[in-house]
Design a protein around this ligand. Structure first.
Ligand code: CIR
Length: 254
């Protein structure tokens, strides 16, 4: 496999029709596109070769490529997204990943969104959420076991996905939103808490150059990350967040 790769999907013109959990925010597609480009620029700056899977105008949420596949060791598990309308997003991502990995698929009645899968400290954590069900979790567990990894289930109470509310900033530390997920499951990991006044605004993506990309909308929480010894790079992804996305969801890092 050539150098580190970031698989991304551009913001489609129909992005203003992306799924949202609550309310009906007005989403500015042009601003979202500029924010996504800035995100890609930072990935490239950190040393990733940014590979583009074309946007799909039939799928407003296609920019959230993370939800369509989970890479565990040598295997790419192609998901079956919990939102029926997102299931048509998977094929081009499966095709791109099949160049580098053995692929296997989540099958009905299982559902998994990649945003519910967190691999940190040698453990696979999977959120049981509105999008990821027990059948999907068992299929993930089987793939993880083949890759000699254990799986721990984490109940998600107040978040779209596990990684909306539990973000790794390094191999031993998570930033967690209080009362959003069953954080007792993260036995052995060091936990920092998202500042209450920034609830659901913090997201993070550790980069291969050692820096941690963070959301500009959560400066107080980001300062905790800096205090924990990490150089942070803050980016504004307001329109991505308006569609319930964060920083992990816009790429699959290989
Ligand atoms: C959705 O509801 O599916 C999208 N609007 C947001 C998905 C965000 N994905 C992620 O954080 N992994």
């Amino acid at each position: 496999m050539p150098g580190p790769i970031a698989l991304v999907r551009p913001v489609p013109d129909c992005f203003d029709r992306a799924l949202v959990r609550e309310g009906s925010p007005v989403i500015d597609t042009d601003v979202a596109r500029a924010q996504h480009l800035e995100y890609c620029r930072h990935l490239a700056g950190a040393g990733y070769q940014v590979q583009i899977v074309p946007a799909d105008e039939a799928h407003p949420d296609c920019v959230f490529i993370e939800d369509t596949a989970v890479v565990i060791g040598d295997t790419a598990l192609i998901t079956r997204p919990g939102a029926v309308g997102r299931r048509g997003e998977i094929e081009p991502v499966a095709e791109a990943l099949s160049r580098y990995f053995r692929t296997t698929r989540v099958v009905a009645p299982g559902t998994i969104d990649g945003g519910d899968v967190l691999i940190v400290g040698g453990m696979v954590y999977v959120g049981r959420s509105q999008r990821t069900n027990e059948a999907g979790i068992e299929q993930l567990r089987a793939v993880a076991a083949e890759e000699r990894l254990e799986t721990t289930v984490v109940a998600v109470h107040d978040a779209l996905h596990l990684k909306s509310a539990a973000l790794p900033i390094d191999e031993g530390t998570l930033v967690v939103t209080r009362d959003a997920v069953d954080e007792h499951a993260f036995n052995g990991l060091h936990i920092l808490y998202e500042a209450d006044e920034e609830r659901h605004r913090f997201s993070a993506l550790p980069l291969r150059d050692g820096r941690v990309m963070v959301t500009a909308s959560a400066p107080v929480t980001s300062s905790l990350v800096a205090r924990a010894g990490h150089e942070t790079v803050a980016i504004d992804v307001s329109q991505i967040q308006a569609a319930d996305g964060g920083l992990t969801c816009m790429s699959i890092l290989l």
